[in-house]
Every structure is written in C-alpha cells, then in structure tokens.
Design a protein around this ligand. Structure first.
Ligand code: SAM
Length: 244
C-alpha cells in the first residue's frame, strides 16, 4: 500500500489545519518579522506558511514534491514562494538565504535525511536554526491512533526516526546547540468523531500502511468507546532543533 499526496490533497484541509501554538513557537524561536525569510520543507497545502506569514509578515518559501498539495497552498497563501521540489536536494533553493528552515510531519517521508541536512545547512544563514516537528517513538506509542488502530504501531515505529537518531544526524552535519522538546497543544474535544473522519478519508498517511479491515475494526472500536464516553485528545508536538 502507498500514499499519494496528490490524491490526498483533495481532502487534506478537511482533516488537518495549522496549529497556532506551533506557528507561534517558530516565530519566537527565530524572532521572525517582516525582515526575515523562512523555508518550510514539505509545506503541503500551506497551512503553516499562511499562519506564519499572517502573524509575522516574514517572507515565506515552501517546497513540496506534490503538485496537488502545492496547488492548494498557492490558493491559500498568495505571498509565498512555492517550489515543486524534492526535500533532499533542495535544488533551486538559494544558499545562505534563510533565517529559519522548518518541517512539520515530513521527515519520516524523507529517504536520504543526511543529504537533506547538508542542504538545509547550505541554505541557512550563519547562526540560523532548523526546527523539525516529528513524533518521537514514545509519543507514537501513546497516540490515540495507536490505541484504536494498533496495527499502525509497528509500521510507524519502522518509518519514523526517533529523536536521538535525528539529533545524531544533525551533529554529524555540523549543526550545534542541538535540543529537543515538546509543545503542549490545545486539547481536541470530540476527537473520536474527528478520528473516524480522518480514518475514513485516510487523511493520515499511516492509514495507507494498514489494511481496510484494520481501519474498519479501529472505527468500530472508536464507535464503541463513544457510546460510553467522550474521546478527548491532549496532543503534544515533539520537536528537535539545531543551529548552523
Ligand atoms: C503530512 S504532510 C505535512 C504538510 C505540512 N507540513 C503540514 O503540516 O500541514 C507531508 C508533506 O510532505 C510532502 N513530502 C513527502 N515527501 C517529500 C519529499 N521527499 N520532498 C518534498 N516533500 C515531500 C508531502 O507531499 C506532503 O505535502
């Protein structure tokens, strides 16, 4: 089974939105304002580019390998410079231009992280930061998606790099001041109903990794729990950062 982001671009914004606290963290981390320039790798439909530009007025660039996702980003974020490009080579992205490079829920899709980090280093200004939002293995084990769709666990642990591996790769690529942390995001009320919609639309790529039967069984588990009690999710956003 695979996951086609051109296909998923048609429903992506039904099931995902940019998170204000995450955008605010990035703006403060890189002191973004109208004089700064930011690159999002794997910008998808532009939810974070729109939030960050709207809040900080920074010049925003986004790259993504899916033309379908970028078409949505173009509609939403007219000010962004958008490039259809693979994250690894960052071809066509200028050297030493950016005050911040960030990625949200993308690094597990990248085949050659080492080369990508070399290129992120190339396009950053001196002393500028890279911030990678990605679920740690501990976080994956505790997600509600794992509770309701247990078949996702092995597949997710297999494709997600854990925090320590990413930190080591940043160090190997000359980044310094490496740190990690976790943002506490707003609780999501009525998560059960939302998760059923995401699963039915396969709005998370993990649903491309398990069988239709496993998805249906998970939806039935959620429905059974909803008969008994509300399902509220208390999400966090684990991140890793480094400085050029
Ligand atoms: C889960 S979405 C995240 C989108 C956006 N960062 C967000 O948080 O809404 C993953 C995105 O990564 C993009 N992507 C996956 N592999 C990529 C690659 N090798 N190069 C560039 N983009 C890639 C996909 O097309 C998709 O838009």
């Amino acid at each position: 089974m695979n996951y086609d982001y051109n296909e998923i671009s048609k429903i992506y914004d039904d099931v995902r939105e940019g998170d204000f606290l995450t955008a605010d963290f990035l703006i403060k981390a890189a002191e973004l304002d109208g004089t700064r320039t930011v690159l999002e790798i794997g910008c998808g439909t532009g939810n974070y580019l729109k939030l960050i530009h709207g809040l900080s007025k920074a010049e925003v660039w986004g790259i993504d390998s899916s033309s379908g996702m970028l078409a949505k980003a173009k509609e939403k974020c007219k000010n962004a410079v958008l490039v259809e490009e693979d994250a690894v080579a960052l071809a066509g992205i200028p050297d030493g231009k950016f005050d911040l490079v960030y990625m949200v829920d993308v690094i597990h899709h990248i085949k050659d992280i080492d080369t990508m980090f070399k290129n992120i280093y190339r396009v950053l200004k001196p002393n500028a930061a890279v911030v990678i939002f990605t679920d740690s293995h501990e976080y994956i084990r505790n997600r509600l998606t794992t509770k309701y769709f247990p078949e996702t666990l092995a597949a997710e642990l297999n494709r997600y790099q854990d925090t320590g591996e990413i930190k080591d790769m940043l160090i190997e690529n000359s980044f310094h001041c490496i740190s990690d942390g976790e943002l506490v995001l707003e609780p999501i009320e009525d998560y059960g109903t939302k998760l059923i919609e995401v699963a039915e639309k396969k709005g998370f790529s993990m649903f491309g990794l398990i069988s239709e039967e496993a998805i249906e069984a998970g939806i039935e588990r959620i429905k059974a729990d909803l008969e008994e009690h509300a399902i509220i999710y208390y999400p966090k956003a684990p991140y890793i950062m480094g400085v050029k």
